[in-house]
Design a protein around this ligand. Structure first.
Ligand code: MG
Length: 362
């Protein structure tokens, strides 16, 4: 038995590095919720979760008042048992975003502990498929950027050897979206993946119209065209367009991915390790997608997702959005236009405790 003797949580606000807007929202700040676990053999694990600006204190309260007291005295090695015991203790608030985000902070701390005690990096202990994974850039594709900025960002990514760029869509008029996408495609030529992301902003009719207008541009995927709870809408849209439909960043239960996949409503799965409730359910979604011959291209959190994409055979892309530089040392390792999963025991994120203390709000 490796007994958990201490379990604490705290909240750190990390400022956004650049203005980031999409069709429905702005990224205000990263509310970063940390969990630190200590075991009776003097090991520690640090996990985390996040929001892009609302609800961080609700996640923290769920942890401090409900989940963490249940961990003390438990065996840290029994990660599946603990995930299910905690989930079962939250029936009044699950499935739900706040609960999933809180579970993720605990689960990632348990995986950090597991990897540290085993002396293995996450990417290997979680599966060990391929340490280097392709990157695509979102940081140059925000809706607030001008067409000129989109073009220069895409050209810079292409010059660096990256495989793709993602552009936000959902301007008021369809012609505005098309003009921006066409300018980028004309600048980069056919050899670069272009993804688009509508952030759930469209009606079904509008999504069909825009997909038809986007098709000649040659897109790698159309992300979150519709509200995330409209599975049938995504299935119908998938049948009506040749552009692969991508979903997942707004799903909080592994079973919801099963519904999307079984109904042919998603061709790319973007499971987010924080929103799904941690590494334990993330891996289940990735393996489920593999059985449907579907790639996993997780949402955001590149510092953690690099190890998970590297762990599984159907991991296709890591999304480049730097957001932890202010509170970490080192940052994401990029070599030959690929992200390289850390090879040190644990999650492989080098936290900066002083910088975290400076930004601690609760
Ligand atoms: Mg998105």
């Amino acid at each position: 038995m490796t007994k958990i003797v201490e379990a604490t949580a705290f909240l750190v606000d990390v400022e956004v590095e650049t203005e980031r807007t999409d069709a429905v929202q702005a990224f205000i700040k990263q509310e970063t919720v940390f969990v630190e676990l200590t075991t009776d053999d003097a090991n520690t694990g640090i996990g985390y979760s996040y929001t892009i600006g609302t609800g961080g204190k609700a996640v923290l309260a769920m942890l401090r008042e409900h989940l963490l007291p249940r961990l003390r005295g438990e065996d840290a090695r029994s990660v599946e048992h603990l995930w299910h015991a905690l989930f079962a203790s939250t029936r009044a608030t699950s499935v739900g975003a706040i609960t999933s985000l809180a579970l993720a902070a605990v689960d990632t701390a348990l995986w950090d502990l597991r990897c540290r005690r085993a002396g293995e990096p996450l990417w290997r202990l979680a599966g060990g498929f391929s340490r280097r994974v392709p990157l695509y850039d979102t940081e140059g594709g925000w809706l607030n950027l001008s067409t000129e900025d989109l073009v220069s960002g895409a050209l810079a990514s292409q010059a660096a050897g990256w495989s793709g760029v993602k552009l936000k869509v959902g301007k008021p008029r369809i012609e505005q979206d098309v003009e921006r996408l066409r300018a980028v495609r004309d600048a980069v030529g056919p050899g670069l993946d272009i993804m688009v992301d509508a952030n759930q902003s469209m009606t079904h009719a509008e999504a069909r119209r825009r997909a038809a207008a986007f098709e000649p541009i040659g897109l790698a995927w159309f992300e979150e065209p519709l509200p995330a709870d409209d599975i049938e809408g995504h299935a119908a849209l998938s049948r009506s367009t040749s552009i692969p439909i991508a979903v997942g960043e707004s799903l909080y239960s592994a079973a919801h991915f099963r519904e999307y996949l079984a109904r042919g409503a998603a061709s790319i799965v973007q499971v987010d390790v924080a929103r799904i409730g941690g590494i334990t359910p993330w891996l289940k979604v990735a393996h489920l997608a593999e059985t449907f011959n579907v790639h996993v291209c997780p949402h955001f959190l590149m510092e953690l997702h690099v190890s998970l994409v590297a762990a599984v055979p159907n991991g296709r892309y890591v999304e480049h959005i730097p957001q932890l530089r202010a509170i970490t040392h080192g940052g994401l390792r990029i070599e030959d236009a690929h992200a390289v999963a850390p090879d040190v025991p644990g999650l492989g994120i080098s936290w900066n405790p002083d910088a975290m203390d400076d930004r601690r709000v609760a």
